[in-house]
Design a protein around this ligand. Structure first.
Ligand code: URA
Length: 431
């Protein structure tokens, strides 16, 4: 067998690894025999040289094999998971999950916490008084059988390699590599045990991927990895230049999801939620009129049952921020863009997300977008209402946040939101 130095050198020089070389590196790293500086050098070589489809598959397999794989065979039918690569105001799981379950799909969803400026589903759920996201496998499986849906935290026993590698990537400027992101996300999805996966791959100012082309490439790699592991996988490529929907922040987004499940809400949010739900139904071979199910309120009922099953007391009300201040337009015009990155960073500053892993989030903090893209505003109209713990925090974010709104003198048409669909047959452009 080659030494770690020789294997790293092969990637540096642009050669293709054998699966054995990848297993050797990962296993050696996990056992503590290959030090972090060597692993970091290899990650940087991967960032620069890339990986072939076969290498990415071998890395994903080795990551999955580093821990436990959830056995969901006790749940009848096709189990469908849903995953987003992360965005600002992305509460799609909270709408599409219950809606798919109301259509008859079994939805076992393991999720993550907030990463950088993008909100995490678990933090959103935990803003509901009493909710727990730490479910042991038996309870998780029983809840999917009873309610149709459970959303819980991934066990640390699953894909321990990703935890270590991600932490190392985070401090060595090696996060933005398509094969590394694809294997990180898909190893967790494969270990989570569902039969089929719908991915929402976001691009734009508020997302990991800067443009539609790189999002399509990531989506294609993830679909290939899912299919390679015998999981039917479909990805939608969606825009994240502007925040999704009308709220950003944990409790605010839960309320928006509840409203959307009653059929009321932002058009774009409903469009993407309906589309993801249809894809989930198709993968589960469930025939349903998703819009009709939405109008019936059955999705909202499932969401409420899920929260109650996880210890939630929605009747106690969601947390409300003590200070609510509107930021106003200083000119007349039409909203051309709302910079999702600026809004996400401001939300982070307010405490709606976390800068360090151990930070506690403020469940009530966030924003209500009063003037979304396309809206006509007059000088003095509210653009956004800040929900914060103190006036001092409002003052801290006010300037950056106000600057996120770009006004135009001319009427603005909303750009398309769903740009492409990717499955095992390739990319189809258009909504
Ligand atoms: N999310 C993940 O889980 N992994 C990555 O590498 C990037 C985003």
């Amino acid at each position: 067998m080659k030494t770690p130095l020789e294997v790293i050198g092969r990637k540096r020089d642009g050669h293709e690894h054998t699966p054995e070389e990848i297993q050797f590196l990962l296993a050696g790293y996990l056992r503590g025999e290959i030090p972090e500086y060597q692993m970091a050098a290899w990650l940087m070589a991967v960032c620069i040289r890339g990986m072939t489809a076969a290498e990415t598959l071998a890395l994903t397999d080795a990551m999955v094999a580093s821990g436990e794989v959830l056995d969901l065979s006790a749940i009848e039918g096709v189990k469908v998971d849903k995953h987003s690569t992360g965005g600002v105001g992305d509460k799609v799981t909270l709408v599409a999950g219950p809606l798919a379950a109301a259509c008859g799909v079994k939805v076992p969803k393991l999720s993550g916490r907030a990463l950088a400026h993008t909100g995490g589903t678990l933090d959103k759920l935990e803003s509901v008084p009493g909710v727990t996201v730490d479910l042991e496998p038996e309870r998780f499986i029983q809840q999917v059988r009873d309610v149709g849906l459970a959303v819980a935290a991934q066990s640390p026993r699953m894909v321990p390699a990703d935890k270590l590698l991600y932490a190392l990537r985070d401090v060595t400027a090696t996060v933005p590599s398509i094969p590394l992101i694809a294997s990180s996300v898909m190893s967790k999805k494969i270990a989570a045990g569902a039969d089929a996966i719908v991915l929402d791959v976001k691009f734009g100012r508020g997302a990991f991927m800067p443009d539609v082309a790189s999002a399509e490439e990531l989506a294609s790699e993830m679909v290939t990895l899912g299919e390679g592991a015998k999981r039917r996988t479909v990805a939608l490529v969606t825009a994240m230049d502007n925040p999704l929907g009308r709220t950003v922040g944990n409790a605010l987004e839960v309320q928006e999801a509840l409203d959307a499940l009653a059929g009321e809400g932002d058009e774009e949010l409903l469009e993407v939620c309906l589309r993801i739900t249809r894809e989930m139904c198709a993968l589960a071979h469930v025939t349903a009129d998703v819009e009709k199910v939405l109008r019936s309120g059955a999705g909202r009922e499932i969401f409420e049952r899920m929260l109650a099953a996880q210890g939630g007391h929605l009747e106690q009300g969601l947390p409300v921020a003590p200070v609510q201040v509107a930021i106003k337009a200083d000119a007349n015009g039409y909203v051309e863009a709302v910079d999702a990155l600026e809004v996400g960073l401001a939300a982070l500053e307010l405490g709606a997300g976390r800068v360090r892993k151990e930070d506690k989030v403020d469940p009530a903090a966030g924003f209500v977008i009063e003037a979304p893209v396309g809206a006509r505003v007059r000088r003095g109209d509210a653009l956004v209402t800040v929900h914060a713990r103190s006036q001092e925090l409002v003052d801290r974010v006010a300037t950056g946040l106000g600057g996120a709104w770009r006004l135009s003198e001319r009427e603005v048409r909303k750009p398309p939101h769903i740009l492409a669909r990717v499955d095992k047959n390739g990319v189809t452009r258009g909504g």
